[in-house]
Design a protein around this ligand. Structure first.
Ligand code: DP6
Length: 361
């Protein structure tokens, strides 16, 4: 089994300077990661669709420096210095330093931007951390050309996880499993692995993200995960996630969209139920979230269109449906749901293939 020690870089060389650029997508969980142990180890396994359009594009300029006593970097957002993003990135670099000891030998200029609006309430931490991790692995490959492709991607996911848990599912497409799961060979708490057996029915599966509340998250994910410590239903929830992952895998292979809908919606509501039953307790849905859910249920009943929803730890609604009903669902969204979105805003996305290299020199 792969262990943390396997990801400590050794026998690497040095370079004077380099420039890399990667894009990394966001992802949407079907079985949710909610609760974690020390060192970003998930309390239960999860599975997600990697998205295509919602992504972070990050360049990393690497310059060899003299003073190797501390981590140093400039952080730019859309080309301009962004001091308030720095502490989070510094914490990330400090966390990964033991696995990437070369970090202190270089000064970095990190320039990052998102393809989705900054204040859209969409978490940019998954795509953001994944994009930095990919760049870091490009640097590692440059100073140690012997590393294999398997190691490159596994370690990228491993590093991304240390920045934000769900980021480890943003390295590869189209469907990724993260967390030890008895019924999934090679699954690991340390990194995500691709799910290879996706049925035709789920190819190009659509995710239209309805922006119900574009404000700051009411509960940060760190606080949210902590609410599962000592939660009265924690053990049952973790056991349920294991069972649901087995079911979702079977469904994604068999192509049964009706069963898919039932589990995916149940997972979303369970995530919110956990928060409502926490101490302290939170309601992260807004009235418009519920309006949308009810409209989706009515539309599905009346038209038999296989459309369903999932939620993150917030009020926005991800509307999931197969590509062959795209036209009718978009019409439904435009006619009946946009009125519940802030400024009538929504983002059309679908399953994508993971991070992509843009520049390497
Ligand atoms: C509800 O990955 O944002 O979206 O590890 O603290 O950065 P940290 O948490 P994060 O949690 C995501 C929670 C979720 C469910 C999921 O994506 O699986």
């Amino acid at each position: 089994m792969v262990s943390e020690k396997d990801f400590i870089a050794t026998n690497y060389g040095t370079i004077e300077k380099a420039n890399f650029k990667w894009s990394a997508p966001s992802n949407i969980a079907l079985v949710k990661y909610w609760g974690k142990k020390e060192n970003q180890i998930p309390a239960n396994p999860s599975i997600s669709f990697t998205l295509n359009n919602c992504k972070t594009i990050t360049s990393l300029e690497v310059i060899k420096k003299e003073n190797v006593s501390e981590i140093s970097f400039d952080l730019l957002f859309e080309g301009k210095p962004k001091e308030d993003f720095k502490p989070k990135i510094l914490k990330f670099l400090q966390r990964i330093e033991i696995y990437c000891p070369y970090i202190k030998e270089y000064h970095f200029v990190i320039d990052t931007k998102n393809t989705f609006p900054h204040s859209s309430g969409i978490a940019s931490s998954a795509s953001g951390m994944a994009a930095i991790a990919m760049n870091m692995m490009s640097l590692e490959k440059e100073i140690n050309p012997a590393i294999t492709e398997v190691y490159f991607y596994q370690k990228a996911s491993f590093l991304a996880r240390l920045g934000s848990g769900s980021a480890c599912r943003s390295i590869k497409g189209e469907v990724v499993i993260w967390g030890n799961h008895d019924e999934t060979a090679n699954s690991s708490d340390l990194f995500g692995i691709p799910f290879e057996d996706l049925h035709e029915n789920f190819k190009n599966y659509q995710d239209t993200i309805l922006l119900v509340d574009k404000g700051e998250k009411q509960v940060s994910s760190t606080v949210g995960h902590n609410l599962m410590n000592g939660h009265p239903f924690a053990q049952q929830r973790f056991a349920q996630a294991h069972a649901n992952l087995s079911k979702v895998k079977a469904i994604l292979s068999s192509g049964n969209i009706e069963e898919f809908i039932l589990i995916v919606e149940s997972e979303a509501l369970t995530l919110h139920a956990m928060m409502m039953a926490s101490n302290p307790y939170f309601i992260l849905m807004k009235p418009n979230t519920l309006e949308i859910i009810n409209k989706i249920w009515r539309f599905r009943n009346e038209t038999k269109t296989p459309v369903c929803f999932t939620l993150d730890a917030g009020a926005n609604v991800h509307v999931l449906y197969p590509e062959n009903v795209k036209e009718i669902v978009l019409q439904f969204i435009n006619n009946e749901l946009v009125g519940y979105c802030e400024n009538e805003q929504y983002i059309c996305d679908y399953i994508g293939s993971g991070s992509q290299l843009i520049i390497n020199n």
